[in-house]
Design a binder for this molecule. Structure first.
Ligand code: ADP
Ligand code: MG
Length: 694
């Protein structure tokens, strides 16, 4: 039997009780899963600290010295045993809350010990609670100097499954394993080319590192393999698609495109926009289905690119559609696009859940008959009932809200899958993009239209509210418009709703002479739209809203964005919201209002927002602060398969692994070579999980 599939209960030192704990706390059911519970850091036990060097920032450390005396202090739950521990530079306290008698019996005064733990400061003194204690002997210095530290929970600690406990299990496990249990998984050519450690060596070294250098190599190899598998899977999907699916060829650039360009387009395209249009054009005559991701910061002008892409399809006798994640955004696209399209005789129509009854039926019919050229709408367009006559181009705005499965739904809407352009306004760090969208081609608009002034961002607390209102008044007097956004988070919906309403009231009271709009998720779509339109047309000066206005809304005259309880928003959301202003030629402002007491992380978020307008920078920081698992769209991406590799820290390794994946597939697209056999098996084993989403 495969040793690694053995149940964890039957490993020496585990048994039924601990097995249950390991299952519940870490999801470890088998020997193999334990093997993949990697240490998250290492302590260098060849190094000793002097007591005088201990400071607030000290992490886990080792000190060598003697206990000079013991005292029992405190009462009740605070009752504890304190040993004064002294080296030749100073003294700290070693503290035990549990089993003081046993400690007193087993430790002696004035004998040299090594104490290990994390010091904490109390007043001017440092102490280590429940230190690990060892006698000084030659053994402590020899052998493995790097001690692994494993994640463990309070519950696990109660059952002696702390880091040291897991280390023990790991030793027991390695005693049972044979080389044959850990066969090589990577092709030898790759091991050779990238100078990788073998699998067996790397797994051994990650748990029991011989030295820093070996550890480094081990960790590189394991991370490389994790990234390689994800990249192989993505690239294979791309290759298969290219083999399987031919694409419509849009030979002509004709009347509609040209007329739009010559007569309608109100500005010069930026160089970045031109470059992206060229990339798209190339795809659309390649004979293959386009699957392209268009990244660009808020306000970089993706919509025009999308529209011109759709016109290319139209010029070749095809229909096109544009899908947006919210009704408001879809409507706004419809408004702006329809007006321009009417002028050149292109028929644009709108579909969302709120288009009902007769109107819906008529629309379906017209679409099927080919009487509609561009359909703009929400995910209602994905429904099976929506049948096109000849759909050639799909544009999906704000991709991160749609899953891969939804994207794929559009493929079946014609005899060949239509070309797909997905646009995201939340810039994604390169590494994340390579992992989330590694099967797509990527275009980037890295330039804002000319004449934009960078938005000035500031962080203000409640005491500044009057001044903020004063500033707001000043801007409105100049003819500008203002957004005030409140958080709305499901768990505390009622409370948030009350805040919003309170805010609305205080605004109407503070500015009786202005017209104030309000938009929130509880309103009927028609009412929302009505209010939104009033603001768009400049009939109201202030828009009080929840995050329903987050994406895409375009009101160039709006110059102030006030975000209330800004500490409750994530970075990408803050950046998105800020992007609602700064869309015209005027100086724009974003004011982040927070409470007095905010967490360190919230403070960091405010600081980076104040510091930069660069969406890609913000995305990098976001990834570092939150980790990839918490970023929208990542749960289904395979990123959660990463055990050791870290997207924000290991981008170099990711790039090397991607390079390797390209090379492997170039030589052997179906992984049929013997050398690639285990890669093929690993991909197949993990594809059950993936098939659900692609
Ligand atoms: P986003 O990329 O966030 O979707 P939009 O497409 O909504 O951005 O464009 C933002 C604003 O910039 C719109 O008012 C649009 O008309 C304008 N715009 C787009 N491209 C240009 C350009 N090349 N020159 C000037 N203004 C532009
Ligand atoms: Mg947009």
């Amino acid at each position: 039997m495969d040793q690694l599939k053995k149940e964890i209960e039957f490993l020496k030192g585990v048994g039924p009780v601990r097995a249950e704990i390991l299952q519940k706390e870490l999801g470890i059911f088998t020997w193999g899963q334990l093997l993949m519970h990697y240490p998250f850091r290492y302590i260098d036990k060849s190094k000793f600290h002097k007591i005088a060097e201990i400071n607030e920032a000290s992490q886990y450390i080792q000190v060598k010295g003697k206990i000079t005396n013991f005292n029992i202090v405190g009462a009740g739950r605070a009752r504890r045993l304190v040993g004064n521990f002294k080296d030749d530079t100073g003294t700290i306290d070693l503290v035990w809350f549990q089993k003081p008698d046993w400690i007193l019996k087993s430790l002696k005064e004035n004998v040299e010990y090594i104490a290990y733990g994390k010091p904490k400061q109390f007043g001017y003194k440092f102490s280590i609670a429940h230190p690990e204690i060892k006698l000084v002997s030659n053994n402590n210095i020899e052998g493995n100097a790097l001690d692994p530290v494993y994640h463990s929970s309070e519950k696990m600690k109660k059952f002696s499954l702390d880091s040291a406990g897991i280390n023990k299990l790991m030793k027991a496990l390695f005693e049972k394993l044979h080389p044959a249990d850990l066969p090589e998984t990577l092709p030898f050519s790759i091991i050779d080319e990238y100078n990788l450690m073998t699998r067996i060596q790397s797994i051994k070294n990650i748990h029991f590192p011989v030295d820093e250098k070996q550890l480094e190599k081990a960790s590189f190899r394991i991370k490389f393999e994790e990234f390689l598998l994800i990249q192989l899977r993505l690239l294979k999907r791309k290759i298969n698609r290219n083999i399987q699916y031919k694409g419509f060829v849009f030979k002509k650039i004709d009347d509609k495109f040209k007329r739009f360009f010559d007569e309608i387009l109100p500005f010069e395209l930026t160089n970045a926009q031109k470059k992206v249009l060229k990339e798209i054009r190339k795809d659309s005559i390649s004979g293959k289905q386009m699957n392209r991701l268009l990244q660009g910061d808020v306000g970089s002008g993706k919509t025009i690119v999308a529209l011109m892409t759709m016109l290319m399809a139209l010029d070749n006798g095809f229909q096109a559609c544009l899908i947006a994640p919210t009704e408001i955004l879809a409507l706004q696209h419809q408004e702006s696009i329809k007006e321009m399209m009417d002028k050149i005789g292109v028929r644009a129509a709108f579909l969302s859940g709120s288009v009902k009854g007769k109107a819906r039926k008529q629309l379906f019919l017209a679409l099927k008959e080919g009487e509609i050229d561009i359909l703009i709408g929400t995910h209602a367009i994905l429904e099976d009932k929506v049948v096109f006559k000849n759909l050639g181009q799909v544009v999906i705005d704000e991709q991160h809200r749609f899953g891969v499965a939804q994207r794929a739904k559009m493929w079946t809407k014609n005899t060949l899958p239509p070309h797909v352009l997905v646009m995201t306004a939340t810039p994604i760090p390169r590494t994340l993009a390579m992992t989330l969208y590694g099967d797509l081609d990527v275009s980037i608009i890295d330039e804002l239209p000319p004449g934009r002034k960078p938005i000035v961002t500031s962080h203000r607390k409640e005491s500044a509210r009057l001044r903020v209102f004063g500033f707001l008044k000043q801007e409105v007097e100049k003819g500008r418009q203002v957004y005030i956004v409140y958080p709305l988070i499901e768990e505390s919906e009622t409370l948030d709703y009350n805040h919003l309403m309170d805010g609305y009231e205080s605004i109407t009271r503070a500015f009786p002479e202005y017209a104030v709009s309000i938009v929130h998720g509880k309103m009927k779509p028609a009412d929302k739209d009505f209010e939104m339109q009033r603001f768009v047309k400049g009939e109201t000066q202030i828009m009080v809203a929840t995050t329903v206005i987050e994406v895409g809304v375009n009101v160039p005259n709006a110059s102030v964005m006030i975000i209330e309880s800004a500490e409750r928003f994530g970075l990408s959301q803050l950046h998105q919201l800020r992007g609602r202003v700064g869309r015209g030629g005027d100086q724009s402002y974003c004011i982040l209002m927070t409470g007095y007491k905010i967490s360190k992380e919230s403070k960091q978020r405010m600081e980076i927002m104040v510091e930069t307008n660069d969406g890609f920078r913000i995305a990098e920081v976001d990834l570092k602060m939150r980790g990839p698992g918490n970023i929208e769209g990542t749960q289904q991406s395979g990123i959660t398969d990463l055990k050791l590799a870290n997207l924000s820290k290991d981008s170099k390794i990711l790039q090397i692994a991607r390079q390797a994946a390209v090379e492997i597939l170039k030589k052997d697209p179906n992984l049929n070579n013997r050398d690639n056999e285990s890669l093929k098996i690993m991909l197949r084993n993990s594809s059950t999980k993936w098939s659900r989403i692609s």
